[in-house]
Design a protein around this ligand. Structure first.
Ligand code: ZN
Length: 153
């Protein structure tokens, strides 16, 4: 199945460039969980943070979602498929001990940088305060353990 996620879009490249300029190092389109067919746009492997830059059209951003008037059923099914897949991936990543940040392609690069950096800060803090129980201290479980249930959102 072909993922209709476009890679290396302008906003994504701008965000990567800015994060890099600030000294952050990460991987691009890397699979955080080998068994999961999911390659976030930016992956902080040590901190276990996955960042997606979601296209406004394909992922139905509240500000720019446009519904094509032709073939409506076709598009609705596609959009629903994307939404379901995003949710599934978010849950699977969370279950494996990963944090996820989703950024809209329309977001200003500066705002996106702030969101990514504060997520990294939070992860660093929780790592520092929960050394004994942190899921970050161990490698991901091969099966989902009950203590790592994804958040119910
Ligand atoms: Zn948008």
């Amino acid at each position: 199945m072909k993922a209709n996620r476009s890679r290396n879009t302008g906003p994504e490249i701008a965000l990567r460039r800015e994060l890099y300029r600030r000294g952050l190092r990460f991987r691009v389109h890397h699979a955080p969980v080998p068994s999961l067919r999911c390659r976030p746009d930016i992956v902080f492997t040590r901190q276990r943070l996955a960042v997606f830059v979601d296209g406004c059209f394909w992922h139905r951003c509240p500000e720019h979602a446009a519904s094509p008037s032709r073939n409506r059923a076709y598009w609705e099914a596609k959009f629903q498929h994307n939404a379901d897949r995003n949710r599934r991936h978010d849950r699977a990543l969370a279950a494996a001990g990963w944090a996820v940040v989703r950024i809209w392609e329309h977001e200003a690069t500066g705002d996106a940088v702030v969101r990514v950096m504060s997520a990294l800060d939070e992860l660093a803090q929780s790592e520092a305060t929960q050394v004994t129980t942190s899921p970050f201290a161990t490698s991901p479980p091969s099966s989902i353990s009950t203590s790592l249930r994804p958040p119910t959102t």
